[in-house]
Design a protein around this ligand. Structure first.
Ligand SMILES: *Cc1c(COP(=O)(O)O)cnc(C)c1O
Length: 499
């Protein structure tokens, strides 16, 4: 048995990778991670240029998920990444901008956001882990969503055996496109319900269900168990490491860099999962010089990386890049663990400060380790819209709001540092997913149009195809109409599970 996973906090229990995926979160509240990070030689990284995305995923995931057999891994990877799920044969294609930069497009999955890369494979990692550990219960995935995660989780778990998924969204808290994407979801093991109130109400309701002991016992008696699809699960983080290697291989293939050259990545960051996967790739040996953490007006990470003080006591801003509207970046905990050489008592102290007083400060030595790799800056909504407009007008390339934040921060980084290292801007959503701001940037009379009309107008103006999952949404059959009050969430769950 490869008991090579532990948590970031006090618990010293060690477990296998499949057990870490099944548990999701440690009993001590800590996050699971492997005790050591596997290393790749430059030759191995070079040999990746001959491999498909799935072959690279086999190699990289195999080094982390050490208790999975080859055929188990292949089952997970091939079910997640194929021509039915992703519209690009490269899975994550690279769009070259100029001699110094390119955009890594992570949004060619079924729901047009980067979360598909992880949520297409997580259901298979989870059900395979259950089988390996002799667990034949049905996993009930409960999700509270403010948008992207709900739809990506629904698509990922749709018709996956031994799973059922129930998504709650705030009735007034998601866009028309996001709502239509969810209420038209296909699959026999899915349910979607609107909850009156805001996202916090919905999320608190889901947390109460998760923590309801008698409900959990009743679930167990009926061969069910709760699980979550959120980004603290190791099974969501590890698949994201692959595309950092994929983009490096594509740059070599297209003669933009030579094997061994260092590159930078700029990542639009919310919960710190995507950029942390980049850090893992760097630790494995991928030649990455800087990881540039791009924030919007919720710039808690920018302040942390520049000063060493993490402080969530500030106003929460609603921005045009809502998937980055986050004040607690959960995955930062894993980075702090890695850079403090696994100092569990330090991490426990920092996280309890964050919980109790809303802030913590790291010592200068730890801060300088962070700054040796990470750089951070932010872009506001005006800069976001202007960047979408400029990129479209100057180079005929259409990006979404999150990608625009990253692009603007990359430009600020270059003008501050004069660093001419090749830079990959990580693109996390299709421009059609955040149609309001994209229409504002490029369509003169956008405000007279409703959401679905904006999609058509953007298409007419730019010629960029509307992703299949978003096209004609208004004509699809609506399967889920229920709007409930928060108090009725448990009734809905019981009814769904026939308890
Ligand atoms: C989730 C998300 C992000 C933030 O990614 P993290 O891994 O949470 O940092 C950025 N952009 C989009 C479009 C997203 O959906």
């Amino acid at each position: 048995m490869n008991l090579n996973y532990t948590t970031t906090r006090t618990d010293n229990e060690q477990m296998t990778s499949s057990q870490a995926i099944l548990k999701g979160l440690g009993n001590d509240g800590g996050l699971y991670l492997p005790l050591t990070i596997p290393k790749l030689s430059l030759d191995e990284i070079g040999s990746f240029i001959k491999l498909s995305y799935n072959e690279k995923a086999m190699s990289i995931l195999g080094k982390f998920l050490t208790d999975f057999t080859e055929s188990e891994l292949k089952h997970c990877i091939d079910n997640a990444y194929n021509e039915r799920t992703f519209t690009s044969p490269l899975i994550t294609p690279l769009h070259l901008i100029d001699d110094k930069s390119a955009v890594l497009e992570l949004y060619h999955g079924p729901t047009s956001a980067f979360k598909d890369v992880a949520l297409q494979i997580l259901p298979f990692l989870l059900t395979t882990s259950a089988r390996k550990n002799g667990d034949n219960r049905t996993y009930v995935i409960l999700v509270a969503t403010s948008g992207d995660t709900g739809k990506a989780a629904l698509e990922g778990f749709r018709d996956v055996p031994n799973t059922k998924i129930l998504v709650f969204y705030p009735n007034d808290g998601v866009s028309q496109v996001q709502k239509l994407q969810m209420v038209t979801q296909l699959g026999d093991n899915v349910k979607v319900v609107a909850v009156e109130g805001n996202f916090d109400d919905t999320q608190n309701g889901v947390k109460e269900l998760f923590n309801n002991i008698s409900l959990n016992n009743e679930l167990n008696e009926n061969n069910f168990t709760f699980s979550s699809a959120n980004s603290i699960n190791w099974g969501r983080l590890v698949p994201q490491i692959v595309y950092y290697f994929e983009s490096y291989a594509q740059l070599i293939k297209r003669n933009k860099i030579k094997l061994g050259d260092e590159i930078n990545f700029t990542v639009p960051t919310g919960n710190f999962g995507n950029i942390l996967a980049g850090y893992y790739a760097r630790e494995m040996g991928l030649p990455i010089k800087k990881l540039i953490c791009a924030a919007n007006a919720n710039d808690v990470l920018k302040d942390f990386i520049n000063t060493g003080t993490y402080n969530r006591n500030r106003n929460f801003m609603k921005t045009l890049s809502p998937s980055m509207d986050i004040l607690i970046s959960s995955n930062l905990e894993r980075l702090l663990y890695l850079l403090s050489d696994g100092d569990k008592s330090l991490i426990t102290k920092l996280m309890s400060d964050l919980n109790n007083i809303g802030s913590y400060k790291v010592a200068p030595e730890l801060l300088s380790k962070i700054q040796a790799v990470f750089y951070s800056d932010s872009a506001d909504d005006l800069e976001t819209v202007n960047t979408i407009k400029e990129l479209y007008e100057n180079i005929d390339y259409l990006v979404d709001t999150h990608t625009a934040v990253a692009y603007k921060v990359y430009k600020k980084y270059v003008s501050k540092t004069n660093d001419s290292t090749f830079n990959v801007i990580v693109s996390t959503a299709s421009p059609y997913k955040f149609n309001g701001a994209v229409a504002e940037a490029i369509i003169p009379d956008y405000s007279n149009l409703d959401d679905m009309e904006q999609l058509q107008a953007i298409h007419k103006t730019t010629g960029v195809p509307i992703p299949e999952g978003l096209n004609g949404l208004e004509k699809k059959n609506i399967r889920f109409n229920d709007v409930i009050s928060k108090e009725d969430m448990e009734i809905v769950l019981r009814d769904y599970l026939k308890l």
